[in-house]
Write a protein that binds this ligand. Structure first.
Ligand SMILES: C[S@@+](CC[C@H](N)C(=O)[O-])C[C@H]1O[C@@H](n2cnc3c(N)ncnc32)[C@H](O)[C@@H]1O
Length: 249
């Protein structure tokens, strides 16, 4: 089976993964953001924080959005430390975040032992203009490596800017990432290598990994979203043209 989906808490499951067993950590953790005050960030649900008042969908809430700023930094450091242990030498970490949590995420990455290499941007063209303000039209991908970059192992040239709208018609998760963006990102993992996403959500990273001929290990705490992730990955595998070697690059 080219994928494994664990149901449970990321930190608990990660601690059981063997050392040096994955090639790339590519994940979109709960941001614990979305509020002007500490009370707004810790007291509101993910749905309340990340769903616009006029949104047409009624997607399920998800857990893990109520840490204050300090404990978010500690928790993310623990996760990135366990992920570092499970990643091979020269493996890569790509971590989604927003503008508020960007400094905490780059701190946590380095505290966990990764070498911070840069920040890529996911630009959402249809984001809402805000009167008297600069538009918040990007989320960010903080990236780093475990030790030196080994470009010979995976000689890819990847963009630093990804433009794509959040899925609308077929959206199944409140903070779902576009599969086309994820398909570009999983190419940082060598062909047929293993991508780890400890916050799998609806399985967008997993679908992208399978589509691009990578193996996938996912972890998801919400049974509702784990069911959806499993369905999406199974659908991917049952398509006639599935091929673990992936498309030519
Ligand atoms: C930002 S969402 C990921 C969305 C995903 N990128 C997608 O496209 O569907 C974060 C996910 O992490 C899950 N989560 C929260 N806390 C968790 C934990 N401690 N362990 C594992 N999963 C957790 C949530 O249920 C949520 O689905």
């Amino acid at each position: 089976m080219p994928y494994t989906l664990h149901r449970g808490d990321a930190l608990t499951v990660l601690s059981d993964l063997p050392d040096n067993s994955v090639d790339a950590l590519i994940t979109d953790p709960p941001y614990n953001s979305g509020g002007r005050t500490s009370g707004e960030r810790t007291g509101r649900t993910a749905r309340a924080k990340y769903t616009a008042a006029d949104a047409e969908h009624h997607l399920a809430n998800f857990p893990g959005e109520n840490r204050d700023q300090r404990s978010y930094g500690f928790w993310l450091t623990l996760l990135l430390t366990e992920s570092y242990r499970a990643t091979v030498e020269s493996g890569t970490a790509l971590i989604f975040t927003d503008w508020r949590q960007l400094p905490t995420t780059t701190d946590a990455l380095q505290a966990a032992g990764w070498t911070w290499r840069g920040i890529a941007s996911w630009h959402k063209p249809v984001s809402r203009p805000q009167k008297g303000r600069l538009k918040q039209s990007c989320e960010y991908i903080v990236w780093g490596t475990k030790g030196p970059v080994d470009a010979n192992r995976n000689p890819v040239y990847l963009p630093g800017l990804y433009t794509a709208s959040q899925p609308r018609k077929d959206r199944v998760h409140i903070t779902q990432k576009p599969v086309e963006v994820m398909q570009d990102l999983v190419k940082i993992c060598p062909p047929a290598g293993t991508v780890l996403d400890p916050f799998a959500g609806s399985g967008s990273t997993g679908v992208a990994a399978l589509r691009e001929g990578r193996q996938f290990i996912g972890i998801e705490l919400s049974d509702h979203y784990a069911d959806i992730a499993e369905q999406r990955m199974e659908r991917e595998l049952t398509q006639d043209d599935f091929d673990l070697a992936g498309p030519e690059e």
